[in-house]
Design a binder for this molecule. Structure first.
Ligand code: ADP
Length: 787
């Protein structure tokens, strides 16, 4: 060895050293080390390092042994490219690991070239990157999952009307959903990373939330509250919010997530419902109280009525005491009705009937023509009837001198409706030549006994005479003189003009006088309500305006109190009712946009009931206005047919339980209060609906003659008994009967109708047959000017 030249020796040594160092380096690396033939067909050597299978002898199977089948194409393509271009091979690909499981490697091979630049060998390393790759894969999967989750959350967060947001520990917003940005009226860029104050929260509000965040950091517990503050476009709203701690893996609070809900509407509904409940309870109580009060007033009215009846009995007793007979001639049947005393005076027994002819037959022959003539004159010419004549008793054949005084009741058209009178036995006075006035005196006493005051005014000379009782009503002492003017000046000023006008009418038109008015006593200054009834009568060839006055103070004051009360209560009830109606309409508007059928139906029913109640209350208001003289007839010229067409439209729209038939009508001009006439028609149709069976027909028609228009509402209902017909237009009168309890009403509708029609100088009446139906008809004067 020593023969070798130095240079050679040192060259060899250098090569050996390099080799040794290379080996050491290879030993030191944990990577797989391999060498390959120039075309990669043969793996010459491979140190698998436990990762890949070792190849101690050259092998051509290395690709199937080591490369994961799916990646083979990729590996081959890269190899080809690198051989062609003689460039470094580097590729991450999957391999079959020594234990047969798939793994990942980063393989890098460098071509070794000879002097001519041809590849003589490839030398490479392969790093086991399985773990890194798996981590990466897991990460990317996790990222994909989280991206998907994030998209999901984002969709939820941006489509909910609730406000969602996250605070960091410095109270800055790190997330805000679209609803919140909308509420602020700000963009994401303008908001994220900003604190509450910067966003525009008021200092108290910002501090409140900051304190809450501090609290959550400390306690790790959620905080809940509500607050109201202004929305960018919707005005002030009420919000319910909850802040929740977001904990990191160490259980520390890392952020605060918040959710806020706009509960303005809910709060409002809660409030309105509470309010509504309260109002309903209140209204119910008030209504119950009203009904109780009405019942009380009714009782008192009944008592007052009883008193009047007592008065009538007293009168009757007085008549009996004076031993008068009474008689009555019916206008239609001409039936002659007499009491026992009258029968006795004509010599008949109490249980026998006495006809007009029979009674006339008992009159002596020479007087009969005179009495008959007087009688006919009284009936056909409204002449006075005060005759004295002798009769011979039928059974007892006794001669009696009788005086008959009669009173003809004529209706407005002048035909007589009833003829009534008294019969006195004046035999003694007559025979004794005593003054007939004694009989008059007993009549006067009878009138006094019944508590009636009487008066008489001469039509020509206006001489005013009266009974002591009458003077009492005006507050004068019995021994004092009272002139007609003195009496009138005690009448309450509000009624004085009307009284004078009515008295004048009695004089000039021979009209019946019937009026209720208050008097203030001259000395005692006591207020007394009286009813005065009077008419023009003939006496001894002269005309007198005569009549009676009786006191009705108690009844009247009761009525006034009752009407005032009803007026006040009805008025008070209207306000809560109106607000309930508004609330219901609000709710209806609200629920019309939802699908809540049940609530909508209930609201519709509630609205209907409120309308019913309003109609009732308006009825009571009308009554009290009417009674206190506050009803006004606002006349206007209009076509009744137009009004009926409107009624037809309304009825068709609202009544579906009955068949309503409106007969065709011609134009009829009337001068009347359109609203009130409409109310009358409406009332009559409502009654027809109320009191006739569902499915039956209601016919409405309108006719006219020279002077009147007539409207008729005809139903096929239960009809009305004759005894009820006499009263159904009275205030508060309802027909009694079991089925009536299920039909609501106060008995004021027809009363109002008749008052309204009377104010128009028309009439209203009913033609009815029990079981067949009723026909309500009213007449209105055709277009003529009236007061
Ligand atoms: P209400 O209907 O409120 O009871 P009204 O004054 O309208 O009061 O009617 C008074 C009464 O007359 C009713 O209670 C009813 O008995 C009777 N009545 C009214 N209209 C009719 C009708 N069309 N058919 C039968 N009875 C009727």
């Amino acid at each position: 060895m020593t023969n070798f030249p130095d240079k050679y020796t040192s060259e060899n040594q250098r090569v050996a050293e390099t080799e040794a160092r290379l080996k050491a380096l290879i030993e030191a690396t944990s990577d797989v080390v391999y060498s390959l033939s120039p075309d990669w067909s043969e793996m010459r050597e491979l140190d698998g390092r436990g990762f890949l299978k070792d190849a101690d002898a050259p092998t051509t199977n290395w690709r199937t042994d080591n490369v994961y089948p799916d990646d083979l194409d990729l590996v081959n393509a890269t190899i080809e490219e690198c051989i062609r271009e003689k460039k470094i091979f580097q590729l991450e690909h999957r391999v079959v690991r020594a234990d047969g499981r798939p793994g990942w490697t980063f393989s890098k091979a460098i071509p070794i070239l000879d002097e001519q630049g041809n590849i003589i060998e490839w030398f490479g390393t392969a790093k086991d990157i399985t773990q890194r790759k798996e981590a990466e894969e897991a990460l990317s999967k996790a990222r994909a999952r989280s991206d998907q989750q994030k998209r999901l959350y984002e969709t939820i967060a941006s489509s909910t009307p609730d406000l969602l947001y996250v605070f960091d520990l410095e109270y800055r917003f790190t997330y805000a959903n679209q609803a919140l940005l909308d509420m602020w009226g700000r963009t994401w860029e303008e908001s994220i990373g900003k604190g509450l104050l910067e966003i525009g929260y008021e200092p108290w509000h910002a501090e409140m939330h900051e304190r809450e965040i501090d609290e959550i950091i400390k306690t790790k517990l959620p905080v809940r509250g509500d607050v109201s503050f202004p929305h960018a476009t919707l005005g002030t709203r009420v919000y319910d919010y909850i802040f929740t701690p977001v904990l990191n893996e160490y259980g520390e609070v890392e952020a605060i997530a918040g959710a806020t809900r706009d509960v303005t509407d809910r709060k409002k509904w809660e409030e309105s419902l509470k309010e509504l409940n309260k109002e309903l309870a209140g209204t119910n109580r008030e209504l119950a109280a009203t009904l109780k009060e009405i019942a009380k007033v009714n009782d008192e009215l009944i008592k007052a009525n009883e008193k009047i009846e007592e008065g009538q009995i007293a009168f009757r007793l007085a008549v009996d005491a004076a031993n008068f007979g009474t008689w009555f001639i019916h206008s239609n049947t001409r039936e002659f009705i007499t009491d026992a005393r009258s029968k006795e005076l004509f010599g008949y027994d109490e249980d026998e009937t006495l006809s007009l002819e029979q009674s006339l037959a008992q009159i002596t022959d020479e007087y009969r023509p005179y009495v008959t003539a007087k009688f006919e004159n009284a009936i056909y010419n409204n002449g006075d009837y005060d005759v004295t004549y002798p009769v011979i008793g039928f059974h007892d054949q006794r001669l009696r001198w009788l005086r008959a005084i009669g009173n003809l009741k004529a209706d407005s058209s002048g035909t007589f409706s009833a003829f009534t009178g008294v019969l006195m036995d004046i035999t003694d006075q007559y025979l004794a030549g005593a003054d007939i006035r004694r009989a008059e005196e007993s009549l006067r006493m009878a009138v006094d006994a019944a508590g009636l005051g009487t008066f008489q005014i001469g039509v020509d000379d206006r001489v005013f005479t009266y009974s002591p009782k009458l003077k009492e009503f005006f507050g004068f002492y019995p021994d004092e003189f009272m002139s007609y003017e003195a009496a009138v000046s005690q009448v309450h000023p509000d009624f004085r003009d009307l009284l004078a006008a009515n008295v004048e009418r009695a004089f000039s038109e021979n009209a019946r006088f019937d009026m209720e008015y208050p008097i203030i006593g001259f000395h005692d200054e006591k207020l007394r309500w009286v009813r005065a009834i009077g008419e023009i009568q003939q006496k001894e060839g002269k005309e007198y305006f005569t009549g009676v006055i009786h006191e009705i103070t108690e009844k009247k004051l009761d009525e006034i109190r009752k009407n005032d009360f009803i007026g006040i209560v009805s008025h008070e009830l209207k306000t809560p009712l109106t607000s309930i109606k508004t609330y219901i309409q609000l709710m209806q508007a609200k629920f019309s946009t939802t699908e809540d059928d049940f609530l909508s139906k209930i609201l519709e029913k509630a609205d209907l009931q409120i309308n019913k109640m309003t109609t009732m209350i308006n009825g009571f208001l009308d009554i009290s206005r009417l009674e206190s003289g506050k009803i006004h007839i606002n006349r206007q010229l209009f076509d009744l047919s137009d009004l009926l067409k409107a009624a037809e439209e309304e009825t068709t729209a609202t009544v579906d339980s009955h068949i309503t038939v409106f007969a065709p009508i011609r134009s009829v001009q009337v001068n009347a209060d359109r609203d009130k006439i409409e109310q009358v028609i409406h009332n009559l149709i409502s009654n027809a609906v109320k009191y006739s069976p569902a499915g039956s027909t209601i016919r409405i028609s309108c006719t006219s003659d020279d002077t009147f228009a007539y409207v008729s509402v005809k139903d096929q209902g239960k009809g009305i008994k004759p005894e009820d017909i006499a009263h159904i237009f009275d205030r508060y009168y309802r027909v009694e009967g079991e089925e009536m309890q299920s039909i609501s009403g106060f008995g004021i509708g027809l009363y109002l109708c008749s008052e309204i029609i009377n104010h128009h100088h028309g009439s209203v009446w009913v033609e009815s047959e029990v079981g067949a139906g009723s026909d309500f008809i009213f007449s209105l004067p055709l277009d003529t000017e009236m007061d």
